[in-house]
Design a protein around this ligand. Structure first.
Ligand code: SME
Length: 151
């Protein structure tokens, strides 16, 4: 399935009012993980602005110990503060990086804005080095704009 078809499938999942929000988020993770070869781990983190921490939400892929990440720590924590996409072509070259698995070679994190606020992010890990392009950024921005409709 190409990005255009995946956008339509994402919209359909968001429009399915019989699913809970977490069910929809998990279904989106599964859709992306199954259909995009370089998306090996797909998950959402959500911000708690009072405690300045990110909390793991629905995800697909290897289990991770990093269910709570302080703002500023790792790629995810930096995006919680910067409000900007973060594409990491080679995780081994990053100082402020939280390793989940040695199989991960590259990563992309795109912030999730709802009602004008950075409420979390979508995080994708790849087993391939330099896996992510601007096309992934635009696609994941679209996915997040759809997810924002659930808030
Ligand atoms: N690598 C991330 C941590 C989350 S895992 O990839 C699931 C980071 O540096 O923030």
């Amino acid at each position: 399935m190409n990005f255009q078809d995946l956008k339509i499938e994402t919209q359909k999942l968001v429009e399915n009012k019989t699913a809970s929000r977490d069910e929809t988020l998990l279904a989106i993770c599964q859709l992306l993980n199954r259909n995009i070869a370089h998306y090996n781990w797909v998950g959402f983190y959500f911000a708690n602005h009072d405690t300045q921490t990110l909390h793991l939400g629905p995800y697909v892929g290897a289990e991770t110990d990093h269910t709570v990440i302080p703002f500023g720590k790792g790629i995810c924590g930096q995006v919680a503060v910067s409000n900007a996409n973060f594409v990491v072509p080679d995780v081994a070259a990053q100082d402020n990086y939280i390793a989940c698995s040695i199989t991960v070679k590259s990563e992309i994190v795109v912030p999730l804005f709802a009602n004008g606020k950075n409420i979390g992010q979508i995080d994708i890990d790849s087993h391939v080095i330099d896996a992510f392009t601007e096309e992934d950024e635009r696609f994941l921005e679209f996915v997040n704009s759809e997810v924002a409709k659930l808030y």
